[in-house]
Design a protein around this ligand. Structure first.
Ligand SMILES: Nc1ncnc2c1ncn2[C@@H]1O[C@H](COP(=O)(O)OP(=O)(O)O)[C@@H](O)[C@H]1O
Ligand SMILES: [Mg+2]
Length: 269
């Protein structure tokens, strides 16, 4: 089966610095892949590159095939059809996806309408509303009718992230890119959102690129992980192998830190 996302020799530069070099990896349809590394290692740039959303000031070399379409050097017009149909994204801060001046139900409804238009359909108001409620239910938001009428500031951060996930789901993408989607949330909400994402991705058979600086979080959701440091991929493998037999000193450090944290939790009264 050909890859859903295939990145080869990706290099990203500004006029003064090389931010990413020799990054190569692929994600198969339905595969859940983690991207892990410290802050500033190039995880978000990799995601933005795949989405074709890098700032114009950056020079990009190499190849990114997303669902068969070359993203590097492509015009926006070629990328628009990919967004939503082939790929959707969820970011750390749910407000990046949400319009603060629009009710949650209207925002999700707009995506539902766009998705239907892609199939040449124009659903009526009642159908859109039913689909919006179903999506809000799907992401386990309580009382969809109430949430649909709410403004973003009226719901909690965890609920906003669920709404952002509902919008991504409404597109029914082949690949979901989640860039630190739980980092801004408290620990309990984090665990709930992770569980939700994993269930949704499995049920829909979507591919997942899950970005986190937290190795244990990645091992719960991904089958395979890529480790980045200073703009390079330094290690890659099934999450079990990475966690139990890390070969690179940096990965060993991540594992040791995670184990020390676990041990400290077990010692806690
Ligand atoms: N718009 C930008 N202009 C210049 N440098 C940037 C820009 N965005 C990110 N960088 C640099 O690229 C590197 C990787 O950033 P990023 O991909 O955001 O890291 P991560 O997501 O792993 O924390 C960092 O050194 C960062 O400072
Ligand atoms: Mg980042």
């Amino acid at each position: 089966m050909s890859a859903l996302l295939s990145v080869e020799n990706l290099e990203i530069r500004t006029t003064s610095r090389t931010l990413l070099s020799s990054v190569s990896f692929s994600i198969a349809p339905g595969e859940r892949v983690g991207l892990i590394g410290e802050s500033g290692s190039g995880k978000s740039l990799t995601a933005l590159a795949a989405l074709g959303l890098l700032p114009d000031s950056m020079r990009v070399a190499g190849s990114i095939l997303l669902d068969g379409q070359q993203v590097v050097g492509a015009r926006d017009r070629a990328l628009v059809p990919l967004r939503g149909r082939s790929v959707a994204a969820v970011f750390q801060e749910p407000m990046t996806a949400l319009d603060p001046l629009m009710r949650i139900g209207d925002q999700v409804g707009e995506v539902v309408r766009r998705r239907a238009a892609r199939d040449g359909r124009r659903p009526g108001k009642a159908e859109v509303r039913a689909q919006v409620w179903a999506l809000l239910e799907r992401v386990a938001l309580p009382d969809p009718a109430r949430i649909a009428k709410a403004w973003p500031h009226e719901i909690s951060g965890g609920q906003r992230q669920r709404a952002a996930i509902a919008m991504a789901l409404a597109c029914r993408p082949k690949l979901l890119i989640a860039d630190e989607p739980t980092t801004a949330l408290d620990v309990t909400t984090q665990a709930e959102i992770l569980k939700l994402l994993e269930a949704l991705v499995r049920d829909e058979g979507m591919g997942l690129m899950f970005i986190s600086h937290d190795l244990p979080v990645v091992t719960t959701i991904a089958e395979r992980a890529l480790v980045m440091q200073q703009g390079r991929l330094i290690e890659e493998g099934p999450v079990g192998t990475l966690f139990n037999q890390p070969t690179h000193a940096y990965t060993q450090g991540l594992v040791a830190a995670a184990r020390a944290f676990d041990a400290a939790l077990e010692m806690a009264p």
